[in-house]
Design a protein around this ligand. Structure first.
Ligand SMILES: NC(=O)c1ccc[n+]([C@@H]2O[C@H](COP(=O)([O-])OP(=O)(O)OC[C@H]3O[C@@H](n4cnc5c(N)ncnc54)[C@H](O)[C@@H]3O)[C@@H](O)[C@H]2O)c1
Length: 327
């Protein structure tokens, strides 16, 4: 029988995708979940850690017998993206070329994945009458502005990644105003937590390097600031956005707390010490495309989505280290 209540999660084999699927299933979700992932960073083994699933081609989707189905494919493939959105009511669009560094190394690839890929997903949503489209954006579109970042600040992206995410936000806005899709852009802070083993962001990178006995490199003097959000807090925000009867909106999803990278490195070192592990730190040249200060005002998410963070950073880092040590 044809379904029209499928949740489609692009990038569902990644850090945030697998955590979202885990939370949905733990929360009793009975809707079919379809994952579209090219497996460029996430893997079927990562998905298997949170659920059983079957791998199908788009032509086999009508035979799906399990609640979770993985379709291996790329969001840059127009034909595939249009086929995979059939029967879908909600798209959570997480697949992307992630991070500032990779976008500086290859701006064209970043543009093709994050601009064309997001456009393809929105077009697929329009053609199949998808009601809700949640887009994973970032603080990067805001760029070099006086923080706290909020939704009404004019964006000034510094990195190609910031530009490509801003373009995605732009298309989400127009697909809401022109075609009536309930698009929601969530500007994630710097996400850390369990399942971040493939990530190169500060917390995951430092923990992995320290546990491997490698020196951890801070770019610059460590005084640059970020807003570090724990994965479970972030997942609750995505779920709130999936449920909220709103569209055409952007929300900062972070903690509202400004922390230096140096301070976070010290917290990681202190937590590692409690497990008898040490951490060596070195300083390297500042990276192109990185902003000096970044933290968010999350008043809008609190007011409209009824969401706010709960996890204390020291506890969150402790949980993350325990997860890495348990592997
Ligand atoms: N993790 C963070 O701190 C953070 C911060 C801000 C925004 N975001 C955004 O959140 C989203 C998810 O991030 P994540 O941390 O889970 O990253 P991740 O790399 O762990 O997951 C991304 C997944 O997308 C897949 N993918 C990549 N390119 C693809 C393509 N062209 N077609 C299909 N699949 C593709 C990968 O294989 C991977 O499984 C991304 O859009 C990212 O830009 C993440």
């Amino acid at each position: 029988m044809a379904q029209n209540n499928v949740i489609l999660i692009t990038g569902g084999c990644g850090f945030i995708g697998t955590s979202l699927i885990d939370a949905l299933l733990q929360g009793g979700c009975t809707q079919p979940i379809r994952v579209l992932d090219s497996l460029v960073t996430g893997s079927p083994e990562d998905l298997a850690e949170v659920t059983e699933f079957e791998t199908l081609t788009v032509d086999q989707l009508h035979t799906a017998a399990k609640q979770v189905v993985l379709v291996q494919g790329d969001i840059r493939d127009i034909t595939l993206t249009e086929q995979v959105a059939q029967g879908v009511s909600t798209i959570v669009h997480l697949a992307a070329n992630t991070g500032v560094g990779p976008s500086v190394e290859d701006p064209r690839l970043d543009m093709e994945c994050n601009v064309v890929g997001t456009f393809n997903m929105l077009e697929a949503a329009r053609k199949h009458g998808v009601k809700k489209f949640v887009f994973a954006s970032s603080g990067a579109p805001a760029g070099e502005v006086e923080p706290p970042i909020h939704e009404e600040l004019p964006p000034h992206p510094v990195s190609p990644y910031g530009s490509s995410k801003l373009a995605g936000e732009g298309y989400c806005s127009s697909y809401n105003k022109t075609f009536g899709i309930d698009t929601i852009c969530l500007r994630f802070g710097n996400v850390y937590g369990p399942r971040s083993k493939n990530k190169a962001s500060v917390v995951a990178k430092f923990i992995k390097q320290a546990l491997a006995g490698e020196t951890c490199a801070i770019y610059g003097d460590g005084s640059q600031t970020r807003d570090f959000i724990y994965i479970f807090d972030l997942i609750r925000a995505i779920q709130a956005a999936m449920e909220a009867p709103v569209g055409g909106e952007t929300f900062q999803i972070a903690t509202g707390k400004e922390r230096t990278v140096g301070e976070v490195a010290e917290l990681i070192a202190k937590n590692l010490e409690a497990h008898g592990k040490s951490m060596q730190i070195t300083h390297e040249a500042k990276r192109l495309g990185d902003v000096m200060r970044n933290y968010s005002d999350t008043t809008k998410a609190k007011t409209i989505l009824g969401w706010q963070t709960q996890m204390d950073i020291n506890e969150g880092i402790g949980e993350t280290i325990r997860w890495f040590l348990a592997r």
